[in-house]
Ligand binder design. Structure first.
Ligand code: SF4
Length: 94
């Protein structure tokens, strides 16, 4: 069983979905699942430094970033990259 956090910008309160797809089993090692989603979906203009620090220690960082890019995740820090950094990565990858 995996908890997935959706950004508060898209939902009125923190929302947790249960994902059981075997394709997402890598998320069981997610360090952010142990810290909570607040660091990863900060208010606009807030620092993402702590989220990036946690991502830097996460054993599934590459898979997380690939998932975010493949699924066009628009909000929050995924795989150690902010929303703006993922947009820039997409732009230069075209
Ligand atoms: S890389 Fe960061 S956002 Fe992705 S699973 Fe790990 S801690 Fe969470």
């Amino acid at each position: 069983m995996i908890e997935r956090f959706s950004p508060p910008a898209t939902l009125p309160v923190m929302h947790i979905d249960t994902i059981t797809s075997p394709e997402l089993e890598w998320q069981q090692e997610a360090l952010c699942a142990q810290t909570g989603a607040d660091f990863f979906f900060p208010e606009p203009g807030s620092s993402v430094r702590e989220a990036k620090r946690i991502c830097g220690m996460c054993p599934i960082r590459a898979a997380c970033l690939a998932y975010a890019l493949d699924n066009d995740e628009r909000f929050g820090v995924w795989g150690g990259l902010s929303e703006k950094e993922r947009l820039e990565l997409r732009r230069v990858s075209r």
